[in-house]
Design a binder for this molecule. Structure first.
Ligand code: SF4
Length: 270
């Protein structure tokens, strides 16, 4: 059955930006989740603030017809390098993911990118939908179950073996550009680095993206946090996140690259 449904009014547009991304250039943002931030994780660094709907339940959040109208409002697309699905939570929870990707590609004629937290990759339908994206960046922040609980705070049914198995299965089927995105919150021990390298060698990504928190975390959901607007300038409640130094991040990147021969890109640290 088609996931296209009749248009319902929504408070916010499902398209925003373009925003400047250190990884992808000028990125037109697609938000298939919408008003209530919804995710199977509740990461301690999440720029959306506290996740409002903590779930693995897939549904249609933004009707495809509404997305179609929102996207046309952003034409022409000359200033856009890529179209990126992320927005207000985990994009693979959107049941109309495949339709949204197809429309985004057809209308903008730009490469499509999906940023996912990797928790839905055991689902055949999700893997099938993601195959039409040019780049899929899968999150792997944790290398131990303890770290997963501390950093990502997943829904109770999600475990690290579940996430790793999903990424491995997706890698086996996906012909596009697969990036592993990892948030580095503090310096890693030698054991952590070795374990991470072992995971990478099994998962075979095309590239690794090492992230750091780029700004303070809002404590309560703010719609403008889905792009990279200067929300520090408005009086939202914030929590300052510590950052590791450029030298430590660079040394980590060099070690991973040396061991795996896979390109490693680091987020700029100001
Ligand atoms: S996976 Fe992304 S959207 Fe979900 S809580 Fe983590 S940072 Fe936020």
């Amino acid at each position: 059955m088609s996931a296209i449904q009749s248009t319902k009014s929504s408070r916010c547009s499902s398209v925003y930006g373009p925003v400047k991304s250190w990884r992808f250039g000028n990125s037109l943002g697609i938000d298939p989740i919408g008003d209530v931030c919804t995710c199977s994780f509740n990461c301690v660094y999440c720029q959306l603030g506290q996740i409002q709907a903590h779930t693995t339940q897939r549904q249609i959040f933004v009707p495809t017809t509404q997305f179609f109208e929102d996207l046309q409002g952003f034409a022409p697309y000359d200033q856009v390098d890529v179209v990126t699905l992320s927005g207000s939570g985990e994009p693979t929870l959107a049941l109309n993911l495949e339709e949204i990707l197809a429309i985004a590609k057809q209308i903008t004629q730009r490469p499509t990118v999906v940023l996912t937290n990797s928790t839905s990759l055991r689902d055949t339908t999700v893997r099938h939908a993601l195959k039409s994206a040019d780049t899929v960046a899968v999150k792997l922040d944790a290398i131990s179950s303890n770290q997963l609980q501390r950093i990502n705070q997943p829904v109770a049914t999600i475990s690290l073996p579940h996430i790793l198995a999903g990424i491995e299965q997706f890698r086996g089927e996906y012909p596009g550009n697969l990036a592993i995105q990892t948030m580095v919150l503090s310096p890693w021990t030698t054991e952590m680095v070795e374990l991470y390298i072992q995971h990478i060698q099994r998962l075979h990504p095309d590239e690794i993206q090492l992230n750091v928190p780029t700004r303070s975390r809002v404590l309560v959901r703010q719609l403008d946090a889905r792009g990279n607007n200067p929300i520090e300038s408005v009086p939202h409640a914030m929590r300052q996140l510590k950052r590791i130094s450029v030298d430590i991040l660079k040394a980590l990147a060099d070690t991973i690259h040396y061991a795996t021969k896979i390109p490693v890109r680091c987020a700029p640290i100001n």
